[in-house]
Design a protein around this ligand. Sequence first.
Ligand code: GTP
Length: 593
Amino acid sequence: LDQSHIRNISIIAHIDHGKSTLSDRILELTKAVDPRLMREQYLDSMDIERERGITIKAQNASVEWRGYRINLIDTPGHVDFGYEVSRSLAACEGVILLVDASQGIEAQTLANCYLALEHDLEIVAALNKIDLPAAEPDLYASEIENVLGIDRTSILRISAKTGEGVAELLDAVVERVPQPAGDRNAPLQALIFDSLYDQYRGVVSSLRVVNGVIHSNDRVTFMQAQRTHEVEEIGARRPIMTPVTELGPGEVGYLIAGIKDVGEARSGETITHAYQPAATPLPGYEHPKPMVFCGLYPIDGDEYEELRDSLDKLMLNDASFTFEPETSAALGFGFRCGFLGLLHMEIVRERLEREFGLSLIATTPSVGYRVIDTKGELLEVANPSAMPAANLISEIAEPMLKVNIITPSTYIGTIMELAQSKRGELVKMDYLSPERVEINYRLPLAEIVIDFFDTLKSRTKGYASLDYESDGYQPASLTKLDILIAGEPVDAFSTIIHKDKAYDYGRRLVAKLRELIPRQSFDVPIQAAIGTKVIARETVKAYRKDVIAKCYGGDITRKRKLLEKQKEGKRRMKSVGRVEIPQEAFVSALSIG
Ligand code: GTP
């Protein structure tokens, strides 16, 4: 296909601003999908995505519009997947900025627009949902003009729901977005911007050819992974996968090459010919780095091997999470896992439980600290139980985030209070319009991982939106807090915490554990300690009577039932020293913020 007739675009939109609906309308309008097969949100194929209504994995579709081929490259809609957004944008010449005309632009959308501008992409802005009575397209058009410098008269007004203005939007894409550059005769350079694992076909990668031509029978080298593979199939998603014999400069499609592990075909990878390789890979490759960690343990210890197998399988599909075996005195054998962020963590856990039928205990999420010990050596500590003793540490630095919040100005006070309670430092504040403001904070990641998003959302009734990026490390006054049950430290409850917060957190956890731990035949002290100093204490009093004594003789069936119940309960007990703790206690205690 002639390059002048190709347009490669992404749709940038906030959750619920209508990206899926617009994609559906485009597929309909371009007759890419048989209307009888058209179902809502055709492009969101994973179940979890569908249920949560968010796009996790980039997918693409290739449609024809008035003699032009428009390749839609879907970007993931959540901050955890920022690097994937950047790779998807690297495959485009333009973006549709889609903004709900009753809401205005949100923080993540703005961040993604800045990314698009960094990549020199043409932004075609459109206000969606103009059919809504609450739509205020004039107001939000001038807001977009203010923050992004896009002429308000160039902003389209559409309804993805009714289809109004969608044809004009496609015309504007063809007119305004430049054709892809690229040299057909140069050595092959193709960018992978997404890879999925398919049970039957192995890894299916989405790619954009930048220079040269890839053929269906080529031998290709993955430049970062330094692996060579035979191409099995290349094709285009229309949106059904359709094999083709070649893809030239500017073209977008998929590649199957008998690869079994998405780790070998990561986003950002450059593909070239094995026989005539390009001199250099395409720029911008990064290895995504886990930011948030937690221990995952099977509730039933017998499921350990199954958990390992499931993690291996999941890894074929998701190259950005990590795991390694870990043992906990309290929870037994499990794995320490690393994730890009909180949502990523939830998704992985949910998939393990749902797709692999496992029941899991997850420890409190933690972050990776940089510790300098007294010998001057740097250690990366992602697990509180691996933290050296306080007297061996000279400095602990924690990961920081640059956080950008957009909110109606009525919530400024609430947000400042929240950010302050999370050790945030105000960087700057700008009014987008008299009613809406953009606030920048620098915040420790550790303070965000527990409940920052939920609290922000609930305190602003869902009106504030947020985006973040990492912002280095900063030394802080941090300490390890241990919980001792009957004098024994319980590793699963250890945590790294700011000194000013240790006392309050320790007291709350100890109080909660007192409620959760059943009485034993002796008094059980529960203590929170920093080093050897106990900062909070509660006691579970011994019970007085045998359980069976309650069943005053006669009723034998009742007695048996009670004994069986006890046995059943025992199986789900973990013993810590002499104390039996029900699984439940771990699950509930680990969920306190
Ligand atoms: P995520 O998949 O969660 O990222 O959301 P999305 O941006 O894909 O939004 P989606 O297309 O799912 O739309 C969100 C809601 O807005 C749905 O209930 C749509 O029916 C509705 N919606 C989308 N476009 C329009 C529109 O033009 N007018 C009206 N009235 N509603 C719309």
